[in-house]
Design a protein around this ligand. Structure first.
Ligand SMILES: Cc1cc2nc3c(=O)[nH]c(=O)nc-3n(C[C@H](O)[C@H](O)[C@H](O)COP(=O)(O)O)c2cc1C
Length: 255
């Protein structure tokens, strides 16, 4: 059975990030699992290089199990958020540990990935998405799309956001807006939610199509993947995929 693994770096219970990942996962129509990193223990990479010939990290923590789940999945949906305008530490530690799977054998090469970043600031989210994209490319994932969600500042729901002199809530609701949980942004009310659902459906249709999906020869099927996924792809990624497709076509012609 083909599987999807969704990995959330958001520690907030049933957060926007979690709900978006579930939305994508559910819409694939495939079996999917949500890993909430705050419930697992994944330390950062120690750069000990013990994994170089084994592709297995020697640190004895939950990455051992998570890496097995990633290995068994056809696609991974990563969700991060941006405390202090940076990628969250749960996601960062996991991304560092993926290094163990890379040496020589590139265990994640050819695996599909989608990334979701939740932030108050679109520029920050796009920057974090670009940084993750760089890692995705280095690890050999086939990046299908990157989504951005508008998040809510925690000061809206802490109970002191109205009066606290250090509150960021005003930034979000303006001088006249009320500071309460009711002013938080829900991902379900953002147009990106519909896009996530579509993306999940297309990914599921693609993965279920045995004519197009071939783990070993995925590069040969890139045209089929493009046809299925292009309608929802981000413009930048579409351009990137078009260039990739052109180069595959050139290579095929020349061989
Ligand atoms: C400690 C902390 C610091 C934060 N700092 C920022 C920030 O600097 N910039 C930003 O865009 N969002 C910041 N946020 C807000 C998160 O991006 C926001 O809470 C987001 O909605 C969390 O995603 P979630 O709803 O999926 O949990 C911060 C959140 C926390 C908990």
């Amino acid at each position: 059975m083909k599987k999807i693994v969704c990995i959330s770096g958001s520690p907030i219970k049933d957060s926007n990030t979690d709900r978006m990942l579930k939305n994508i996962g559910e819409n694939t129509g495939l079996e999917y699992e949500l890993i909430k990193l705050s419930n697992w223990v994944v330390r950062p990479c120690l750069a000990c290089k013990a994994c170089v010939t084994t592709n297995k990290c020697v640190q004895n923590d939950d990455f051992q199990e998570i890496s097995e789940l990633i290995l068994g999945a056809e696609a991974v949906i990563f969700g991060a958020y941006t405390p202090y305008g940076m990628i969250d530490a749960f996601s960062k530690a996991l991304f560092e540990r993926l290094w163990s799977m890379r040496h020589i054998n590139g265990l994640n090469s050819g695996k599909y990935a989608i990334t979701v970043v939740t932030s108050l600031n679109r520029d920050v989210a796009e920057q974090v998405n670009r940084e993750i994209a760089m890692e995705m490319v280095m690890e050999g994932f086939i990046l299908l799309d990157q989504l951005v969600i508008n998040g809510s500042v925690p000061c809206l729901s802490c109970g002191y956001g109205e009066d606290c002199k250090n509150s960021f809530a005003r930034m979000q609701v303006g001088e006249k807006g009320s500071v309460s949980e009711a002013s938080c942004f829900d991902v379900e009310n953002q147009s990106v939610f519909e896009r996530g659902a579509k993306l999940g459906k297309l990914l599921g249709d693609y993965l279920k199509d045995d004519q197009l999906f071939d783990r070993e020869g995925h590069q040969k099927n890139i045209a089929g993947m493009m046809e299925k996924m292009m309608p929802v792809m981000d413009k930048g990624i579409r351009q990137w995929r078009e260039e990739e497709l052109a180069s595959v076509n050139r290579d095929t012609k020349n061989s």
